[in-house]
Structure formats: C-alpha cells, structure tokens
Ligand binder design. Structure first.
Ligand SMILES: *Cc1c(COP(=O)(O)O)cnc(C)c1O
Length: 251
C-alpha cells in the first residue's frame, strides 16, 4: 500500500492547483475568487485532511457516507461536501453534517433530504446532478429532466437548490459536457436566480471546467497524490475501468 503523501507534498500540490485554477479563471476573464476548490479526500486518511486544512484548505468532500461518518469527527473546522451516490437510507447521516450535497439526481431522494432537513429544522443546500455527457455509467438526471427536477427541488421546504453538478464521460473531450451544463444553468437562472453554482472539473480536467464556467471544482489526486486504494478510484460507478486516459491534444 502506498504511504500517504507528506505534508509538504500536499501543501505544494494544493498551492499549484490553486494557481492553475486562478490562471484558468483569468484566461476566461473571470475572477479567481469566483471558483471554489473542494478537496476530495476519499481514500485518504483524516491526517491528510488536517494537513490540507493547515495549508489553508476549508472545503472537503467525500463520496461514501460510511467514510464521511468515520472521518468527519476526526477533523474540526472544515466544511464537508457530499459528492457520491446517495442512498435514501443514508440520508439521515448526511443532512446537517455536510454544507452542500452535490448529487441530488431524483425526486424521491430530494423528498427524503427535505423531510430530514425539516425534522432537523435546517435548510440543506443541494445541487442537482445532471448526466450532461449522456454517459450510461454515470448517475445524474438527463438534461431533459433537469428543469423539472430543479423546479421541484426548489419548491421543497427544507432544501435550497443552488446549482448543478456533472461528471463528464471519461475518454471524451469534457468541454462540450461542461458547456452544456453551463447553458442549462444560464437558462434556469433566468427563472430561478438562486441556481448559480456549476460543480464541474476534477484532477484531470479542472482547467477546462473553469474556462467553461465552473464555480466549484472537486479535486482529489492533484492535491493529495495518487489514491492509495484502487477500489476508490473516481468516480463511483467504475467507469475508470474502461479507459484511463483522455485523448491526446484535448486542450
Ligand atoms: C473522486 C471524485 C472526484 C475527484 O477525483 P480526482 O480525480 O481524484 O480529482 C470528484 N468528484 C467526484 C464525484 C468524485 O467521486
């Protein structure tokens, strides 16, 4: 098993990622402050989170409820995000613990989160996950379903729908997928001004995502180093098995 990256490694990588995000934002005529970096700590121990936190990182994400529940009590003062497939029977473990759920992709799940949030007297911030690349291996509602789902979610008491999330298909140019999500957000925003965020971009494509309007990038390995457990390779769903590299020349 690979040993965890050292503290200077993580701090240096984090700084490099933030610099690349800032450059991509400027290239697109955007303010670097308009993009939040969420560090995806799945597969890495709580100590890695603490090290990144010491280097100034505030937002962290997990994609499995069990791992989140184990890690969260071991660190203090970070903001957690949930970015994985959420089963309805795990909703109660997530609501209130995380500041933003990125992966609401069906109405039944939204209803359960809303009910739980109301019970706890809170408002849970969520994003609607859209399968904007039409990838059979990915979670997310279709582009066609998205407007109705956003409308339903924003009408639910206990939920605040603040934007959209997507994971592009591996092995294809991610730019058109990111652009589609942005267009959808722009359309929705004219009716629903609170639908602002675009959570898109991971270690291997975050600069493209920022150029296409990402307001949140979700970055694991580019910050923490190679993930020790291959079972936790991103994204949940196992599509990394089919192809591990993007085509050359995609930039
Ligand atoms: C794992 C994961 C990421 C981060 O992936 P990296 O390639 O390590 O940057 C981002 N989003 C989701 C939903 C993930 O599961």
């Amino acid at each position: 098993m690979a040993s965890p990256a050292s503290a200077p490694d993580i701090a240096g990588r984090l700084e490099a990622v933030c610099d690349r995000v800032a450059s991509a934002a400027r290239r697109a005529g955007r303010s670097p402050a308009s993009v939040a970096v969420v560090a995806v700590s799945k597969g890495f121990p709580a100590e890695a989170v603490t090290v990144a936190q010491g280097a100034g990182q505030v937002d962290f994400a997990e994609n499995r409820v069990q791992e989140l529940r184990k890690k969260a009590p071991q660190v203090h003062g970070v903001r957690w995000h949930f970015v994985g497939r959420l089963q309805r029977n795990k909703v109660r473990d997530v609501v209130g613990l995380v500041s933003l759920v990125h992966s609401v992709d069906r109405i039944e799940l939204a209803r359960d989160i809303a009910a739980r949030a109301c019970d706890a007297d809170r408002v849970q911030r969520v994003l609607v996950q859209v399968n904007a690349g039409d990838d059979p291996a990915k979670a997310g509602c279709t582009l066609d379903e998205a407007p109705a789902l956003v409308r339903a979610v924003r009408d639910m008491q206990g939920l605040a729908c603040e934007g959209l999330m997507t994971i592009p298909q591996l092995g294809v140019d991610p730019r058109p997928t990111f652009a589609r999500l942005r267009h959808l957000r722009d359309d929705l925003r004219s009716d629903f001004p609170e639908v602002q965020h675009l959570s898109m971009g991971m270690s291997n494509d975050f600069e493209v995502a920022v150029e296409e309007g990402a307001t949140i990038v979700r970055i694991g390995e580019a910050i923490f180093g190679p993930r020790p457990d291959p079972d936790l390779q991103p994204p949940a769903g196992g599509s990394f098995d089919r192809s591990s590299a993007l085509p050359a020349g995609r930039t």
